[in-house]
Structures are given as structure tokens and as C-alpha cells.
Design a protein around this ligand. Structure first.
Ligand code: PGA
Length: 256
């Protein structure tokens, strides 16, 4: 198993916490999850932009990485309200989410825009987590494979195998995000296999084998171990449960 496929547990805080709570949360996670300091699991948190520096300071040398929930694909210039990948790298971020389902379905981001963001993220030296996943009606219409294939093909368009080796993919069925409805380990594993096969078709077997693929969607302490026990599930992208230090730490510990 490659370095990239070391278990990875990521916490997407979305539009939550405040300046005090963000620092306290990351410190509590570090103290409650010894696996982080032992180096047996990769852990990253994704606070809101305005608390990133706060959290970067608070993590100190705990081993937790920090990422941004989004980026804008231009380097700098007249893009009011936007934040570039270079700026995020500059303040100590390691990762950036690209194409999270809320960006796709609430904010209205397209596959083309997400492709630009993935590309800019890699070019800046940040590591992207490309999020994909089908809506409930798409699953019910047996379109999961079609949708996930389109999101990955378009999301990675124009990128060489070397560039794509920096990417983590997160499979997050939209019907499972924030709903309490988790995909069964078998449902998740099935789509992870499909993603690996697609990467093999698009690139090669080595890249497909080495790419880290996370599951996300109502992951919690009670289902974390079983999900991560699936052969092709390398970790979790956690929303709600990542805001509770005890729950998130328990999920990190169950990754090892
Ligand atoms: P959830 O969110 O764990 O609250 O379902 C997951 C995500 O949106 O990344």
C-alpha cells in the first residue's frame, strides 16, 4: 500500500465555529487522538477561511494538517471576495476541497469550474480533495456510475498522471450528506471500486491503486470502522461529527 493510502480522516467544518471555538476544537482533537502524533493516520481539518490562520497557529506541531473548503482558480487580481490557492498555501494550508456537494448544488459550481479549481490547487502546491457523488434521484434512476464518472472525467480533464497523483478523491453521495443516512459499507465500496477502475482507464493501474479515496456522508463513530474496513475505502471526509472533538477523535482512532 502506498504512502498516499495511509488512512486519512478529514473534518469539514463548513460554516461553523468561531475564532475561539476553532482553536479549542483543533487542540482538543490533537489531545484526544494519539494516533495523530504516532503518525499512523493522516488528519486534516477544514475550518472557514477566516479562522484558518488561527487554526494553523493552534495546531502547532500536533501533526494535524489544515485545508481550505474552497479556492478561486486565479492567482491574484480583480476577483472581489475570492481567495487564491497561493494565498492559502502562503498561510500554511496543505489541502483544499474542490467541488464539495454544497458548492455544486447550493452555490451552483459546474464541472468546468471545479476542473479549473483542481488544476490551480495542484499548480499552487496544495493537495486537492476532489469531491464527487450522486443526488438521491440519480441513485434511484441507476445513474450513480454515470454521474460519478462524469464528475471525475471532467474534474480531472487536462491533468497528467503525475499531476493527478497529488489528488485525493472523496466519494460523498449527496443523499447521505448531513441527512443521517449513511451509505452502507457495501454501497460505498462499490462506488470506490468503480472510481479505481475509471482511474485505471483514464491513467494506469499504478495510479488507480495508489490514489486515496475517502467516503463522506453521515460518517460517525458508530460506522467509521466498518466503512474504513472496506478494501477500497482509505478514510473519511466528516462533516457534522468533525465538530465534536470526542466523536472526531474516536473516528481517527478507529482508522488504525
Ligand atoms: P456530514 O457531511 O458528515 O455532515 O454528512 C460530510 C461532508 O459534507 O463532507
Amino acid at each position: 500500500m502506498s504512502f498516499m493510502r495511509k488512512p486519512f480522516v478529514a473534518g469539514n467544518w463548513k460554516m461553523n465555529t468561531n475564532s475561539h471555538a476553532s482553536a479549542e476544537l483543533v487542540k482538543a482533537i490533537a489531545s484526544k487522538a494519539p494516533a495523530i502524533a504516532e503518525g499512523s493516520v493522516h488528519v486534516a481539518v477544514f475550518p472557514p477561511f477566516v479562522y484558518l490562520q488561527n487554526v494553523v497557529k493552534a495546531i502547532n506541531s500536533s501533526g494535524i494538517a489544515v485545508g481550505a473548503q474552497d479556492i478561486y482558480y486565479e492567482k491574484e487580481g480583480a476577483f472581489t471576495g475570492e481567495i487564491s490557492a497561493l494565498m492559502l498555501k502562503d498561510i500554511g494550508c496543505t489541502y483544499a476541497l474542490c467541488g464539495h456537494s454544497e458548492r455544486r448544488h447550493v452555490i451552483g459550481e459546474t464541472d468546468e469550474l471545479i476542473n479549473k479549481k483542481v488544476t490551480a490547487t495542484i499548480m499552487s502546491g496544495l493537495l486537492p480533495i476532489l469531491c464527487v457523488g450522486e443526488l438521491r434521484e440519480e441513485r434511484e434512476a441507476s445513474k450513480t456510475e454515470e454521474v460519478v464518472t462524469r464528475q471525475i472525467r471532467k474534474g480531472l480533464a487536462g491533468l497528467s498522471a503525475e499531476k493527478v497523483s497529488a489528488i485525493t478523491i472523496a466519494y460523498e453521495p449527496v443523499w447521505a450528506i448531513g441527512t443521517g443516512l449513511t451509505a452502507t459499507p457495501q454501497q460505498a465500496q462499490e462506488v470506490h471500486v468503480l472510481i479505481r477502475k475509471l482511474l485505471e482507464q483514464m491513467y494506469d493501474a499504478k495510479l488507480a491503486e495508489e490514489t486515496r479515496i475517502l467516503y463522506g456522508g453521515s460518517a460517525k463513530p458508530s460506522n467509521a470502522a466498518e466503512l474504513m474496513g472496506q478494501k477500497d475505502i482509505d478514510g473519511l471526509l466528516v462533516g457534522g461529527a468533525s465538530l465534536k472533538a470526542d466523536d472526531f477523535a474516536a473516528m481517527i482512532q478507529s482508522a488504525v
